[in-house]
Design a protein around this ligand. Structure first.
Ligand SMILES: Cc1ncc(COP(=O)(O)OP(=O)(O)O)c(N)n1
Ligand SMILES: Cc1ncsc1CCOP(=O)(O)O
Ligand SMILES: [Mg+2]
Length: 507
């Protein structure tokens, strides 16, 4: 934010949205307000029409009289130092003309035009009669126009657009109408897993690829993309930066909201405040970490998976089928991108099965894939920093060999301690063993629940559990479950040993 006159005053980046109200709040003005809010930008609103709509479609449209649209525009633009104007539903020629006049009268840094014509439900929101004035008056003033394939086709007189090559042609043709930049959105293109948009600045094309999120909750994506571009421009981004950030924001919001259930119709809204809500989950009634989940904690190893010819997802599925209560991805050799993709796939496996998934060492990967937390060692990121990056809801485990380390983990906001190597292991090089005595010492001193690790399997798990201090909650294992022909069978065997050890120490 820029400093403005007077000590301590800052100018807030400001987007004005000129669009229709969606009573269901998935699209239109409501989507724009939410997107800008989520991106840290102030958003004022001029309402051009009031619509009655929900997840089934549009039940009614009530345009606001042009004089009153003008009044709203004047009120905001004359007083509030708008940086960027973003337009959505503009239901009449007169409203478009009034808007053009006001933009000429009051200076703004940029104009983002989302040429809304038909809702995602297929309902008409602006008559074809607006096309001429849109093309001739508004688009030449625009810094960017953001049509989807249907809108691009309408702007080009009904030209059919079916391929990415067509999108290039359309972007070039629309650019000739006068906007400085064009992004043709390929959302309607096909069922491919890639969501491709084509950006053109008059000289260069940019293909923007994203992952198509499979969800019914896509109502308002067009409005959100355009208002997010406006928000990023208001914050000072360049156009390509703004477009990329906006696409990223929409994709993340869709991914976060894909299972939200609102309304009975075919198209639901999504949650623009996913970042905020991710943190709010932490403070909700739900318990975020159950120490009993440490009971049979399976830690993956890519070399073992390679040796046995399995993918990480197959290994994770099998270990959960065998009864693992928590999973950690410990992929020391994976490249970041490969790790994030594998971790996302594992989140999809673990979450519906109610098994927490943690990432070894990599706080960034945990954030990127939406894992339940991280496990860090004494030479990894300190717990307090991991906590400040991950927020209160995520699970953080810390490796500790001594009571002092366990006390520091507690002070740093960790949730559990991983203590070991208890026994010698081939899985981790140069790991000093603490033995059962060292484990007992840490367990006695620790304020946090403890999981034992290192050289543990069905043959010696009882001796570990027999320590029987209240803080010892289970064992973490790698080779005992993953360096095995049958992950399911070996996990079941270990679980049976652990269960009877607990039962025996209780009697
Ligand atoms: C449950 C659990 N405990 C300890 C470790 C070891 O973590 P760290 O000390 O960071 O060593 P690396 O696993 O990173 O080699 C663990 N991964 N899990
Ligand atoms: C990651 C780690 N940290 C301490 S020992 C160890 C390896 C445990 O592997 P295994 O269960 O195969 O002995
Ligand atoms: Mg580590």
């Amino acid at each position: 934010m820029e400093q403005v006159e007077g000590a301590g005053k800052r100018k807030a980046p400001h987007v004005l949205t000129v669009a229709g109200s969606d009573s269901g709040a998935g699209a239109g003005i409501q989507a724009d307000l939410k997107a800008c809010g989520a991106l840290g930008v102030y958003c004022s609103s001029v309402i051009t029409a009031v619509t009655a709509q929900n997840t089934l479609g549009v039940q009614g449209v009530h345009p606001v009289p042009v004089d009153f649209v003008e009044d709203q525009l004047r009120s905001v633009l004359s007083d509030m130092e708008v940086d960027v104007v973003k337009t959505g539903m503009l239901p009449s020629v007169d409203i478009i003309k009034a808007l053009c006049d006001k933009i000429k009268e009051f200076h703004v840094k940029a104009l983002v035009v989302d040429p809304v014509m038909v809702s995602t439900s297929g309902d008409v929101l602006a008559a074809p009669a607006i096309l001429d004035v849109l093309r001739e008056e508004l688009l030449p003033m625009a810094d960017i126009v953001t049509p989807n394939l249907i809108e691009a086709s309408a702007l080009l007189g009904g030209q059919s657009l079916e391929t990415v090559a067509d999108m290039y042609t359309a972007a070039r043709s629309i650019h000739k109408l006068g906007p400085r930049n064009v992004i043709v959105k390929g959302g309607h293109l096909s069922d491919s897993s890639d969501a491709v948009d084509v950006f053109f600045d008059g000289e260069q094309f940019l293909e923007l690829h994203g992952q198509r999120v499979k969800t019914r909750n896509t109502h308002g994506t067009g409005c959100t993309l355009a208002s997010s571009i406006a928000a990023e421009l208001a914050k000072g981004s360049s156009m390509p930066q703004a477009v990329k950030a906006a696409k990223n924001f929409v994709e993340n919001a869709l991914r976060y909201s894909k299972d939200i259930a609102i309304g009975a119709g075919p198209q639901g809204p999504f949650d623009h405040f996913f970042k905020l809500n991710d943190h709010m989950d932490n403070t909700s009634e739900k318990r975020r970490f159950d120490p009993n989940d440490l009971f049979l904690y399976a830690v993956t190893d890519s070399r073992m998976n390679k040796k046995w010819g399995r993918s990480i997802t197959e290994a994770v599925k099998s270990v959960i089928e065998g009864g693992a209560t928590m999973v950690q991805l410990r992929e020391k050799e994976a490249e970041t991108r490969e790790f994030v993709e594998a971790a996302r796939a594992c989140v999809e496996i673990c979450r519906p099965r109610g098994v927490p998934l943690l990432i070894n060492d990599r706080v960034d990967v945990a954030l990127a894939c939406g894992a339940d937390g991280v496990h860090v060692g004494q030479s990894d990121m300190p717990a307090h920093l991991a906590r400040s990056l991950l927020g209160p809801a995520k699970i953080i485990g810390v490796s500790c060999k001594t009571p002092a380390q366990a006390a520091a983990a507690f002070a740093g906001g960790a949730d559990y301690v991983g203590c070991g190597g208890v026994f010698p292991t081939n899985t981790k090089a140069n790991n000093v063993t603490v033995g059962l005595d060292g484990l007992r010492t840490v367990c006695m001193a620790s304020e946090l629940p403890v999981v034992a690790i290192g050289g543990i399997g069905a043959g010696n798990a009882s001796s570990v559990m027999e320590i029987a201090t209240p803080t010892l909650k289970g064992v973490a294992v790698v080779s005992a479950v993953f360096d095995q022909e049958s992950i399911v069978a070996e996990t079941r065997k270990l679980k049976a040993v652990l269960t009877s050890a607990v039962v025996n120490s209780a009697v």
